[in-house]
Write a protein that binds this ligand. Structure first.
Ligand code: PMP
Length: 404
């Protein structure tokens, strides 16, 4: 069988073997409900609390500030809706939220639905052409009723790094009685960037285990002590009363192991290798494939992200043809694939819809090799040439028909 090449690590990562080994006993032998009072429950509870400590250590936070959720989608919903729910209107003014126009849909649509329901006012800040948010643009948008500012740490489609600590310093200067609060969706940042919450200066931070070689269906919302926030689903009193539902002990054990491995020497070495491979890939493609544009800043960028637009090429066809060659890539977020809408991220940095349609996201990971990159570049060149020939023929036919 032909060996597949996986270049979609921003969509999800394989569970690390060590992580899996740590999780296995918690599926069957240690299956207890972490909230139960008997010994079975105690065994699970101890494992969950160990994972909480590992997570808190990574963020340099306190254990009580770590709220386990079902992933980053839920963590982002809880952060935004929870802050709105706990806010008491003053002077009959609706609370105001600032976010960016290129957030993941789980932030963007949460803010849009609150706005549509008439519960908030919202401002969506566009990034600059290089895919980086300008701090002054946030500053200009702040109003006296701004209660929350939410800016992602690393964009999931174009990998651009946002000035989170700088925005936090700005907010700190104007903060009055807790507000505005500052939230960041750090889902794509954990493997590569400093996530010390005190250094970042955030009140709320979201992450997801399946992007860091942990299991799917588990994540974290970091909530700084004293942050005004209310639960958004009713039920039991788990997770400090902020997140009801039986604790996913197996997943949490996996998350704890995965997060604790991020500061290993091996991870640091892997990240350096990933960055070198990314630079090599970008360099080769820009040199060897004409009419190609790299989307997003070359410098302020995640070490594992590559995003190109190829003129006269349709992204979905490109991905399907690469897949037929055993190479897994993406046009953007896996959550929006299946929709024929051009990427909101690429439009937000000023691409025309046809340029956005001709885009390809390649994201590297621990297992990526130079050989895989070389094979991919070779196939990519051939496929793009073919697609451009077909596009040319279609255009020729079109002009012929229209001349008649
Ligand atoms: N935010 C970002 C930036 C993401 O990349 C993703 C996953 N694509 C999510 C949120 C959603 O994470 P989850 O799959 O854990 O719900």
């Amino acid at each position: 069988m032909k060996k597949n090449i996986y270049l979609d690590y921003a969509a999800t990562t394989p569970v690390d073997k060590e992580v899996l080994k740590t999780m296995l006993p918690y599926f069957s032998d240690n299956f207890g409900n972490a909230s139960s009072l008997h010994n079975f429950g105690e065994v699970a509870h101890v494992a969950v609390e160990k994972a909480r400590e590992e997570t808190a250590n990574f963020f340099e936070a306190d254990n009580q500030e770590v709220i386990f959720t079902s992933g980053a989608t839920e963590a982002n919903n809880l952060a935004i809706k929870g802050v709105v729910r706990s806010y008491h209107k003053k002077n009959n003014l609706k609370p105001h939220i600032i976010t960016t126009s290129f957030e993941h849909h789980c932030v963007l649509n949460t803010v849009k639905s609150l706005e549509k329901d008439g519960l908030i006012e919202a401002t969506f800040i566009n990034p600059q052409k290089d895919g980086v948010i300008k701090v002054e643009d946030i500053e200009k948008a702040i109003k006296k009723n701004t209660i929350l500012i939410s800016v992602m740490y690393v964009n999931n489609e174009i990998g651009t790094l946002q000035p989170i600590a700088k925005i936090a310093r700005l907010i700190k200067k104007i903060k009055k009685e807790n507000y505005p609060l500052f939230h960041t969706d750090a889902t794509q940042a954990l493997s590569y960037f400093n996530c010390n919450v005190k250094k970042l200066g955030v009140d709320l931070l979201s992450m997801s285990a399946h992007k860091i070689y942990g299991p799917k269906g588990v994540g974290v919302l970091y909530v700084k002590k004293g942050t005004p926030i209310k639960k958004i689903q009713d039920g039991g009193k788990q997770e400090n009363g902020l997140r009801s539902g039986t604790i996913n002990s197996t997943g949490i054990v996996g998350l704890g192991k995965a997060i604790s491995m991020l500061k290993n020497k091996d991870t640091v070495k892997d990240n350096q290798k990933i960055k070198e491979l990314r630079n090599y890939f970008i360099q080769r493609v820009l040199k060897e494939i004409p009419k190609t544009k790299l989307n997003g800043s070359k410098i302020k960028r995640s070490p594992n992200n590559i995003n190109f637009s190829f003129e006269s090429v349709e992204g979905e066809s490109l991905i399907m043809m690469l897949d037929a060659e055993g190479i897994a890539t993406s046009t953007g977020s896996a959550c929006s694939s299946g929709s024929l809408q051009p990427s909101h991220v690429l439009l937000s940095i000023g691409l025309k819809p046809e340029q956005a349609h001709g885009s390809l996201r390649i994201t590297l990971g621990k297992q990526t090799t130079k050989k895989e990159i070389d094979i991919t570049v070779k196939k990519l060149k051939k496929i793009i040439q073919k697609l451009r020939e077909v596009a040319g023929l279609v255009l020729e036919e079109y002009y012929k028909i229209n001349k008649k």
